[in-house]
Design a protein around this ligand. Structure first.
Ligand SMILES: Nc1ncnc2c1ncn2[C@@H]1O[C@H](COP(=O)(O)OP(=O)(O)OP(=O)(O)O)[C@@H](O)[C@H]1O
Length: 586
């Protein structure tokens, strides 16, 4: 849909929602149904930041509603202040709890994270029951009545929840448009890859969890005042969490509008089930059925399902790549280094998987400014060594030095910030992003200001376009990366890694599965980037290409370097021939 049409519809709906209480101020029931839908929407929108954008599904997210509610409840009775005054503080307390808890629970993902978030909700419920000195235990806390005329009881709450919903939505839209938002989507799609292109995944996830808690905490304070009574079972209620998740899933997890639309659908359906379906127990049945239907028939949610029905611009499926542009394109802005000595040193590195020694005492040095090859039979440990160099391969022994500093032990994104880039054997582009978004997503360095900067804007977008032209794919910038051919994706991944301003690029089988025309293009691109000062380490099975492109060549067999030297020497090395023929070198 045209974004302008979408914004127009949103403005009309918003205006209608503002007018509802003015048209019939006495319609208390309708106002209550709507304000509770706003409350679910605030939570679904917030949940979407950690679970939709970043892909970490929190099934106990209403814990922050309870934390916000209890913060306001406890402090308003002690300090004798209105709970509304404490609402921002409730949001801050939710953020602090999210940061503390997140630093532990975000170390796991998938089902383990889901279970921990449910446990968290139950943990806070138990705490609320068992800390009677603070929370008044199971008896709960009674708050003061609203200070305004009981005649208009719901109307101020209605506008407060509506306002909070609009603010939470604006916040989520803003996040999605920043580099932080793109980084979260990258983490959702492929966390390992995101880390390898310099996105500090741990920080991003923690910030996303904190960001997803703020408005829920604020809403909790307002909700406590609305209810004027709090108890552990009500405040930390798993059913509220399920409603929130169901809303976002139904509407479209990861989209901007999906959680809002879904929250309204689920809230109204829940109310209808309660009124017409024989009481609140029928809600459980309805939620269970809805969850099954969504998972089976609309896993991406309503909005993405509707979007798929809209007519689409045909995608040009072709393996053709444009000519590399003749205008000089600056692949790197780093000056050519005049230092001497190896850029990368691997010293006696060992990595075992159980009893299998995938890398078995490998040592090698990559000269600055070279295009070095690392070849070897299948299973000889080349990719494993790449993983160890870039920090995604887990624990190992031995040392890895980059530009005179030891880097083993550093996080993958820190290594990327130092100038270490890599591509993968099977391309790992973020397939739901456009080609241009993919190329701008790497972070060559990190500072807090990066978080708020626009995802695809300014100088960076220009540079990304230049790099796409450099690999001959400029005209595909607005296509979804997943729609390109495999060989084209390999070239996009190369443009993406060049965006890091790397000093050393590790290429894992750049010619694997690529047609011969593209192989030549790949070699041209590597040579051109190398002339501008970028060092390459290439793993490749296309031996003619390697021997033509690289010098020196290292040969790995059974995790050890069995030969190294210029291509002509390697070509005639008996041990290398033996290794490739499958015999044990003597
Ligand atoms: N995560 C893992 N768990 C267990 N074994 C692994 C793992 N990763 C790699 N291996 C094993 O380690 C050995 C080296 O694998 P690696 O992928 O590094 O080889 P390679 O030289 O890159 O092979 P290819 O040329 O086929 O890509 C293989 O025997 C492989 O099965």
């Amino acid at each position: 849909m045209n974004p302008r049409v979408g914004h127009g519809i949103a403005a009309v709906v918003c205006l209608a929602l503002i007018l509802v209480p003015l048209i019939d101020p006495a319609a208390t029931y309708e106002q209550t149904v709507l304000l509770l839908a706003f409350l679910v929407a605030i939570q679904s929108i917030s949940w979407n930041i950690i679970s939709g954008f970043a892909g970490y599904i929190s099934l106990g997210h209403s814990v922050f509603l309870g934390i916000g509610a209890y913060t306001a409840g406890i402090l308003s009775t002690r300090w004798e202040v209105n709970p509304l005054v404490l609402a921002p503080l409730s949001g801050v307390v939710a953020v602090v709890v999210a940061l503390l808890v997140g630093s532990v629970v975000l170390r796991v993902k998938g089902p383990a994270f889901v279970i921990i978030t449910i446990a968290l909700l139950l943990l806070f419920q138990i705490l609320a029951v068992n800390l009677p000195g603070l929370t008044n235990g199971s008896d709960g806390i009674t708050l003061e009545l609203p200070f305004w005329d009981p005649e208009i009881q719901n109307i101020p709450f209605y506008y407060m929840f509506l306002g909070l919903m609009v603010l939470a939505f604006g916040f989520s839209v803003w996040i999605r448009r920043t580099k932080f938002g793109t980084g979260l989507v990258a983490i959702r799609e492929d966390e390992g890859k995101a880390a390898a292109i310099g996105i500090p995944a741990t920080l991003y996830k923690n910030l996303a969890y904190a960001a997803s808690s703020f408005f829920v905490g604020v809403a909790g304070a307002v909700y406590a005042y609305f209810l004027t009574f709090l108890n552990p079972l009500g405040a930390f209620n798993i059913l509220v969490s399920v409603t929130v998740v169901l809303g976002a899933l139904a509407g479209g997890r990861g989209t901007l509008w999906g959680p809002v639309i879904g929250a309204f659908i689920v809230s109204f359906a829940s109310e209808a089930a309660t009124v017409y379906g024989g009481g609140s127990q029928s809600r459980l049945l309805l939620f269970g059925l809805a969850l099954v239907i969504i998972v089976l028939f609309m896993p991406a949610g309503l909005l993405p399902a509707l979007q798929r029905l809209l007519p689409k611009r045909p995608i040009e499926y072709t393996d053709h790549v444009g000519a590399m542009e003749h205008r000089p394109i600056e692949v790197t802005t780093r000056p050519i280094e005049d230092k001497t000595g190896p850029l990368l040193e691997i010293r006696d590195v060992h990595k075992a998987f159980g009893g299998l020694h995938a890398v078995n005492g490998a040592s090698l040095e990559i000269p600055r400014g070279s295009i070095t090859a690392l070849i070897g039979p299948n299973g000889s440990g080349k990719t494993t060594l790449f993983n160890l160099i870039t920090g995604t391969g887990g624990a190992h022994t031995g040392q890895i030095w980059f530009d005179g500093s030891r880097i083993d032990g550093l996080a993958p994104w820190t290594r990327a910030h130092r100038g270490l880039g890599r591509t993968f054997q099977v391309t790992r582009l973020f397939k739901s992003m456009t080609v241009l978004e993919n190329v701008v997503s790497p972070l060559g360095s990190f500072s807090p200001s990066v978080l708020a900067s626009g995802a695809v804007s300014g100088h960076e977008a220009d540079r990304a376009r230049d790099l796409l032209s450099f690999v001959g794919l400029g005209r595909f910038e607005n296509e979804r990366a997943g729609a390109l051919s495999y060989g084209q994706q390999k070239l996009v991944e190369l443009a993406q890694v060049l965006m890091l301003e790397p000093r050393l690029v590790l290429l894992d089988e750049p010619a694997g599965g690529v047609n011969p025309g593209l192989v030549d293009r790949m070699a041209d691109v590597i040579r051109a980037a190398n002339r501008q000062g970028i060092t390459f380490l290439v793993v490749e099975h296309n031996i003619p290409m390697v021997l033509d492109l690289c010098d020196p060549v290292f040969v790995l067999a059974r995790g050890e370097v069995i030969a190294s030297g210029p291509p002509d020497v390697i070509r005639n090395d008996a041990a290398v021939l033996d290794a490739y023929l499958g015999e044990v070198p003597t």
